[in-house]
Structures are given as structure tokens and as C-alpha cells.
Design a protein around this ligand. Structure first.
Ligand code: GRF
Length: 199
């Protein structure tokens, strides 16, 4: 059985959605390790409640490469095959990325390449787009930039506030992240340049 490593820094609702699917047998893998760089992350507390292997190394003040290599060691020690970033608020070093080649996924709350970076829902709302959404993509060392695996569109309503829009996007995030993980685990894909295509 393949093992997921989840990296988070905060709330952890995407992690919980994945964990629910794993525990219900809808996603055929195990959660090998949940890691947080923030000791106070609610997602980390939730991992402990669920009895999942978890750990934290506070990143504050640590140099990126040495921090990342400690994280990679933890993931390797716990037999992690596929790394899933779920609200992990750190850019990964090239060295970390090369330790898990094309086996790191991220979820981002916009239709990339629109609105990368922080506050993507706010960016979409203030830009005035009529459609936004979320993207699951492979991770490279640049921000929100790797090949896209899956996207879901969400209409922006005239009546939307940041909260209502974010909530509808989040619902789609929870759905497509597990779908994208299932696809990666099945392995029936090929990466052609920036395109990830079914085989
Ligand atoms: C999500 O909106 C995700 O797309 C972004 O960070 C947020 C994390 O939320 N990368 P949660 O911690 O999974 O609830």
C-alpha cells in the first residue's frame, strides 16, 4: 500500500478530507506521516486525535535547506511515497523537490496560472473574474508553478463575499484533491512538458 506524507501549516481541512477518504477505504493508501512546521497548527492536533503518525519541526529561524532535509528525512523514515502539501506555507528547496521527483502535489485555491501566491480568493474577487476555482498541481521549486493535474471551476457570484467564495472553492478543493491523489496512485498518467495526460 502506498503511503502519503501530508505537509501542513494551519487549519488542515484538506488533510481531513483526504484522511476521511483514506479511513473510509475510498482512497487506497495509508497516511504515513503528517508534518507541520507550526506546532500550533489545528491540522496537527487533528492528526494526533486520529492516531496518525505525526510530527513537527518549527521552521522559524532555520535555514531552508537544512530544515527541508530534516523534513525529507522524517518522510523517508516513515516510508512516504507521495507528498501532499495541504496549506503548507513554505516554498520547498530544489533539493527537497529532487528527493521526491514528480511525487509532490499541492492544492491551490485558484485556476492556475491565475492568482498564484497568497490570498488567491481575494485576488480573484478584487480582479473581478466571473469564474475562479482550484487546482491540484505537481510541485517544483517555484511558487504554484508545476504541471497541473486537475482543476475545478467555481462561478463568482455578484453577491459573494470573500467568505462565501472561499467556502465554495474549498468544497471543490476537498473533492478534487483526493481524486488527483487517486489518479497519481493508479499511475496511469504521463507527463509531457507541462501537460499531465491519461494513459
Ligand atoms: C487551502 O485553500 C489551499 O488551497 C491552500 O491553503 C488552504 C489550506 O486550507 N493551499 P486547509 O488548511 O486545508 O483547511
Amino acid at each position: 500500500m502506498k503511503r502519503l506524507g501530508i505537509l501542513l501549516s494551519g487549519r488542515g481541512s484538506n488533510f481531513e478530507a483526504i484522511a476521511r477518504n483514506v479511513l473510509a477505504g475510498r482512497l487506497h493508501c495509508e497516511i504515513g506521516f503528517v508534518f507541520s512546521n507550526k506546532p500550533e497548527a489545528p491540522g496537527l492536533a487533528r492528526a494526533r486525535e486520529l492516531g496518525l503518525p505525526s510530527g513537527c519541526i518549527p521552521s522559524a529561524g532555520l535555514e531552508r535547506e537544512s530544515f527541508d532535509s530534516q523534513v525529507a528525512d522524517l518522510l523517508h523514515q516513515n516510508g512516504v511515497d507521495l507528498v501532499c502539501l495541504a496549506g503548507y506555507m513554505r516554498l520547498l528547496s530544489g533539493k527537497f523537490v529532487s528527493q521526491f521527483p514528480q511525487r509532490i502535489l499541492n492544492i491551490h485555491p485558484s485556476l492556475l496560472p491565475a492568482f498564484p501566491g497568497l490570498d488567491a480568493q481575494y485576488q480573484a474577487l478584487t480582479h473581478g473574474v466571473k469564474v475562479t476555482g482550484c487546482s491540484v498541481h505537481l510541485v517544483d521549486e517555484n511558487l504554484d508553478s508545476g504541471p497541473i493535474l486537475m482543476q475545478a471551476a467555481v462561478a463568482v457570484l455578484d453577491t459573494d463575499s470573500l467568505e462565501t467564495l472561499s467556502e465554495r472553492i474549498l468544497k471543490e478543493e476537498h473533492r478534487i484533491y483526493s481524486e488527483a491523489i487517486a489518479w497519481m496512485l493508479e499511475g496511469n498518467y504521463r507527463i509531457q512538458g507541462r501537460r499531465v495526460v491519461k494513459t
